[in-house]
Design a protein around this ligand. Structure first.
Ligand SMILES: [Zn+2]
Length: 489
């Protein structure tokens, strides 16, 4: 196994020595029937925290409108707002970090993970190198199972924000090691690079270690779909780095067979976590919505947002069967604030064009656009990937740009990816304000026990306390305070 061994490993950290003993009390309390969550607003046994990374409001809207045009149904996210029988609490959230109005993903996830605003780029580490205990550690100490699911490397900033402490988000090899030392139960996503001894700089065999500790190791979609009904942990990595964009995955037979969808990973994680602990905390991230926004890629953005929405559907279906589950749905920051604008074909023509996209420009167009590229290749790439017939003028702009003879006026968008996006915008009227994170307040929604804590406006760090309260494990904090153990500064 074994859970005990993991708990011992966790308790090896001096900070957690104190936390471990008080958590023991919390665990004992929780085992008494009816006592779980008695001190909180809710009685949540489980928390599912879903985050679409870098989702601007225009992304949420466009994905819903496109889906309605295509399938005559709303996204699960918007549908939740329309239902009357499932109370939803929603509002805006301020995601500022300790040192910046515009957060990065690490500081954003850390604000939820540890309840503190940290500097951009750092993961649950304070200004004086304090290591703040994370929600997954606290949940684990309270007897909960723990899980991280994402389409990025599993060691990327957002999942790390729920379970790791490192000075810099780039320390993904260290983050992978911490996942092992802290004994997280279900870890699914990309990032073989950080577990494979052949690829890790220190040669450490993390797969071997996880396996010794009782985890199943899986490496492709078939293995995920064939997971047994056992109650051991699972570590699954389905690519060396990030998983492919959903639209690229869908149009590549090999990826389609080997890489699971975010919804499939979420479903597998929920089934397994539900058998492991006394309830669970699971983070689910649609991590590449952010990458598509940075790259100004419409197909990448909307199909990854829809794949994220499918995972919301899985989480809400689980909640229907397990009403003692708090489901939180949000994003960590906007990115590039895109959206459809009025155009000659009033929406539907735009959607029709979008439905014919066969991949991302980031994967299939941009890599070809170097100073050697011919006008024919430029036109062919747009035609083959997006089924767009671009004009001679558009072809010339790209031809000149890659040779340094043309530039875009806003220096942050003076990039080939933005120029490709401008050409796409000429055909679909979908546009972007830049290539980076935005300062906007973000959408936050919650349903289930404890959701009522979400009001019209939430500070990011409050969400950490909401989760603890809903789970009824703020007792960990109170007991620690009594003993003078600095759990929450
Ligand atoms: Zn982010």
């Amino acid at each position: 196994m074994d859970r005990r061994r993991f708990l011992q490993l966790g308790a090896a950290s001096p900070l957690l020595l104190g936390l471990g003993s008080v958590a023991g009390e919390a665990r004992a309390q929780q085992r008494q029937p009816g006592n779980a969550g008695s001190s909180g607003n809710g009685k949540a046994r489980n928390v599912i925290f879903l985050v679409s990374d870098g989702m601007s409001m225009g992304t949420l809207t466009a994905a819903d409108q496109y889906l309605y045009w295509r399938d005559e149904r709303h996204t699960h996210w918007i549908d939740l707002y329309m239902q009357r029988d499932l109370p939803v609490h929603r509002g805006l959230m301020d995601m500022s970090s300790r040192n910046a109005m515009v957060t990065d993903s690490a500081a954003a996830a850390a604000s939820w993970g540890c309840g503190h605003r940290v500097n951009n780029g750092s993961v649950n580490i304070g200004p004086d190198d304090e290591e703040y205990p994370t929600i997954l550690q606290i949940a684990r100490e309270a007897g909960k199972a723990t899980g991280l699911v994402t389409t990025t490397t599993v060691t990327h900033a957002t999942p790390a924000g729920f379970g790791a402490n490192v000075a810099s988000r780039g320390q993904e090899a260290d983050i992978a090691k911490q996942y092992y030392e802290r004994g997280y139960d279900v870890i699914l996503g990309g990032g073989n690079h950080y577990f494979d001894p052949e690829r890790r700089d220190d040669g450490e065999d993390l797969y071997g270690k996880f396996e010794q500790a009782g985890h199943e190791i899986i490496r492709d979609r078939d293995a995920l779909l064939a997971l047994s009904d056992s109650d051991v942990g699972v570590l699954g990595t389905f690519s060396n780095w990030h998983l492919p964009y959903e639209i690229d995955r869908l149009h590549n037979e090999q990826s389609k067979q080997s890489v699971p969808t975010l919804a499939e990973m979420t479903d597998a994680a929920l089934q397994r976590l539900n058998r492991i602990g006394d309830g669970f905390v699971l983070q689910v991230e649609g991590g590449r919505v952010d990458h598509a926004a940075h790259g100004n890629d419409l197909g990448g953005l909307l199909f990854d947002q829809l794949a994220f929405d499918d995972a919301i559907g899985v989480a809400l279906a689980f909640q229907q069967e397990h009403p003692d589950t708090l489901v939180i749905i949000t994003t960590d920051h906007g990115n590039a604030n895109p959206g459809f604008q009025a155009g000659p074909d009033l929406g539907h023509g735009q959607f029709e064009k979008l439905s014919r996209f066969k991949g991302t420009g980031l994967t299939h167009i941009v890599p070809e656009l170097n100073e050697e590229v011919s006008r024919d290749t430029i036109r062919d790439r747009f035609k083959e990937t997006l089924e767009l017939e671009i004009s001679d003028r558009e072809t010339d702009m790209i031809y000149d740009f890659v040779r340094g003879d043309y530039e875009l006026p806003y220096h942050r968008t003076n990039h080939i990816r933005s120029l490709v996006a401008k050409v796409v915008a000429n055909h679909l009227d979908f546009n972007w304000i830049g290539r980076s994170h935005s300062a906007d307040y973000v959408e936050l929604a919650a349903t289930g026990p404890g959701a009522e804590q979400v009001g019209p406006f939430t500070k990011n760090t409050d969400l950490h306390q909401f989760m603890l309260k809903a789970l009824g494990i703020e007792a960990v904090q109170e007991a620690a305070n009594r003993r003078g153990v600095r759990v929450f500064a």
